[in-house]
Design a protein around this ligand. Structure first.
Ligand SMILES: [Zn+2]
Length: 119
């Protein structure tokens, strides 16, 4: 069993990380209403009128979307990890139901699978 103290420590870390992710997402994306953790990157303001500038902006927007997805995925993993803490299931591998090593939890606190089951 994982000690409560260890979980509390991880929880604090996850909470901090979560706030950081939300702040980062907030800076370039809008949270969609009615969805728990779905964000949409804001399209950059069109200031230029020529096609080349527009192409740059489209490229920038595509970059933002890919960053947004990465951050959002991480945020979802953190949310799930925190939910599993509340249910008392944190630290158990979702795939094989074995205990995940503390070393792994320290390294990737939001993980839901053990070393053997990771993809
Ligand atoms: Zn496993």
């Amino acid at each position: 069993m994982i000690e409560k103290e260890f979980i509390e420590k991880i929880k604090t870390r996850l909470e901090k990380e979560k706030q950081g992710l939300i702040k980062e997402l907030d800076s370039f994306a809008d949270k969609k209403k009615n969805l728990k953790s779905d964000w949409a990157a804001r399209f950059p303001n069109f200031q230029g009128s020529n096609l080349e500038e527009e192409a740059d902006e489209v490229e920038e927007y595509e970059n933002l979307i890919s960053i947004e997805r990465t951050l959002e995925t991480k945020l979802q993993q953190i949310n799930l990890a925190m939910e599993s803490m509340e249910k008392g299931e944190y630290g158990t591998c979702k795939t094989c139901h074995q205990e995940i090593s503390k070393e792994r939890l320290e390294a990737i606190p939001e993980t839901a699978v053990c070393q053997n089951c990771k993809r």
